[in-house]
Design a protein around this ligand. Sequence first.
Ligand code: NDP
Length: 473
Amino acid sequence: MELYFDKLYIDGEFVNSHSKETYNVFSSIDEEFYAQIPMGSPDDVTGAVSAARRAFIDWSSRPIESRLEYLDRIREAIEKRSDEISEVITHEVGMPIGLSKKIQCGLALTDISETIQAARNVNLEERVGNSLIVREPIGVVGAITPWNYPLHQITAKLAPALAAGCCIVVKPASQAPISAIILAEIVNQIGLPPGVFNLIFGPGSEVGEEIVKSEDVDMISFTGSTNAGRAIGALAAKTVKRVTLELGGKSANIILDDADLDRAIGSALNACFLNSGQTCSALSRLLVPEKLVGEIEGRILAEIKKFVVGNPFEKGTRIGPLVSQVQQERVRRYIFSGIDDGAKLVLGGAEQPEGLSKGFYVKPTVFSKVTREMKIAQEEIFGPVLSILEYEDDEEAVELANETIYGLSGGVWSQDFDRALGLARKIRTGQVDINGGSFNPKAPFGGYKQSGSGRELGKYGLEEYFEIKAIQT
Ligand code: NDP
């Protein structure tokens, strides 16, 4: 099936772009043409931002319950189209279809329902001494999002923005845009007031930057690479707008010497290979005690059989392709760099997996004997590549965990909970999972250090979209 889209969504209407440029999306599974979208231009940004500004006057002054009703209708409509949404994301990004339904679409639904709940409990006004403290929506929000969880990355921004009373201009990643188009259709169908949600496509370096520069945009919420985040932060500083950045990671999973290895190893592979490693919070470094390396390598070789690589629409597939050829080549370069730097290739490698002559596949790959200065120990790969590093004692484990520029996530495995909690407290990241503790959509998500600033999800995510005013009486 080939899909053609030729409109942006601005001011409550599907409109032509001011640019004649288009972008072709290729299926991650067979590399064939899959869809075409229109590219927007700086003029389209001006139109979208003005529409959002106009809409803000009415939207921000409505009672919060009225805004939450619209959000709930958006959620319901996403749920009705969840099969279609999961399928397009599987074509674009390569996540196996069952997981796509549960995670790609499921997270989008949860983002909205959790935000609605958080917004119902938010303290919009409180008294502090002689002051009345009032939370007011920050204004027009520019949301710039990546391709790895394309709908969730938008709803994690759209839901709190709209709940708080803000209007939004969304620019999704060009590689995985179709769920955003479905979202625009939904917003149109449920009758969200014009200008509250606007969708625009285009290259980040042109259209994205135009949104960031705009004096009429009060806040940028960006998710993506640390490089793009740095550029966006610098550009946004010129207009002193609020910026939240959810950036890359190189998160460490620490296996302590008393860990339950029966549980830890399967979970560790999953935490690295989910979505073929295209996850910012992937636990892509496994830190293990020197004396356990041999045993852990053996267990990984046994466990990997469960991680079947293949067509993400086929039953039993656990690891699909990557999003694009660019990404596939980038990940392969990292695999070569690990080999060149002298790490031990435990399994996988840079060749196309057997039996899959087409598609942007990369074999799940595990390196041991990785040392701290190697690229594969320091840089975000965003593919199914796990680096095993050895440590001598708990102190060195923490030191290694904290030794990258990133600070997004982490894991600790131990049968002694207090020992694990002690380490979790010392790891400088926004999240830590003890013994595979599961993802919590109510908990704040975001990074320390160069993994970003600000938090998303639940009541913590909602807070970012308010200004706080003090009125003295
Ligand atoms: P980018 O960070 O470059 O892109 C993410 C989004 O930002 C896209 O919508 C992109 O537009 C836009 N963008 C890029 N540069 C700018 C800019 N200067 N101003 C405004 N908007 C901009 O990710 P890539 O797709 O290039 O992926 C490269 C690497 O980034 C990956 O290999 C991975 O390591 C990392 N990454 C991390 C993510 C995370 O969640 N931590 C998510 C995605 C990638 P467009 O692409 O349409 O031009």
